[in-house]
Ligand binder design. Sequence first.
Ligand code: CP
Length: 292
Amino acid sequence: QRSLLGLKDLDAAEIESILDRAAYWEGQAEKLTPVLQGKFVANMFFENSTRTRFSFEMAEKRLGAEVMNFAAAASSVEKGESIYDTVRTLESMGIDAGVIRLKPIGMLAEIASKVKVPLINAGDGNNEHPTQALLDLFTMRKHFGHLKGLSVSIIGDILHSRVARSNLWALRKLGADVKFCAPAEMQAPELDAPYISMDEAVKADVVMMLRVQLERHATGMMKSAALYRESYGLTVERAERMQSNAIIMHPAPVNRDVEIDSDLVEHEKSRIFPQMANGVPIRMAVMERAMS
Ligand code: CP
């Protein structure tokens, strides 16, 4: 039984073995393979989600697990119950694993040290989003056949991005060259990666755009969507300067016509919807690893 709290402390071989297992699940024609029959999983989302929550549920159901979905807004969290007490409550009822998304940084590791069931991080604050980065690596490996030596530009709201952090740590371990591009107020100086200009950033093999996370911003942090697009958005004009075999990625949800032009979301270079599809086999591999 293995938790997945982040990729910072996972070695390259483990990351590759999850990617390989996801490739196996992707290749299965049968939608249902009940290797987790009789196991109970709770999906505990203390922050909103569409992609992560539904693709975990799809993955768990495809493996035959019994799935329970917990939404904080309809629970005793609204009466002031803590996240720890909520997880302990579900553990005491007999769940075999928990998928959890929460805001406070550091809380997940603390909870995981106190409970016996494996916990899977579905995004904690701006710290890590390991299954998102795994599906991103899987998407890159599918297109290029390898990760070693790839140039990856991660562009936008680095400061608030758990996706940027998990991708940086995982891609580095697998030999990719990661560079950031962001306005000064959205940079994260504690992360050890070089910042480059937008003109440089669009020349990479992978141009990964990040959502401007307005819900995490201090008031007035982004003055104008139009100004942001002009300086740091992937516009149609900038996309025309990308390399012929390069791809566009974005974890979604997308602020159309802010960090990426609407016409690029389903452009031939875009992997935005394939990324979402790849989230299912990745999460099948992660849930199987947690409970087998
Ligand atoms: N990419 C991602 O985590 O999307 P959701 O917030 O919809 O889960």
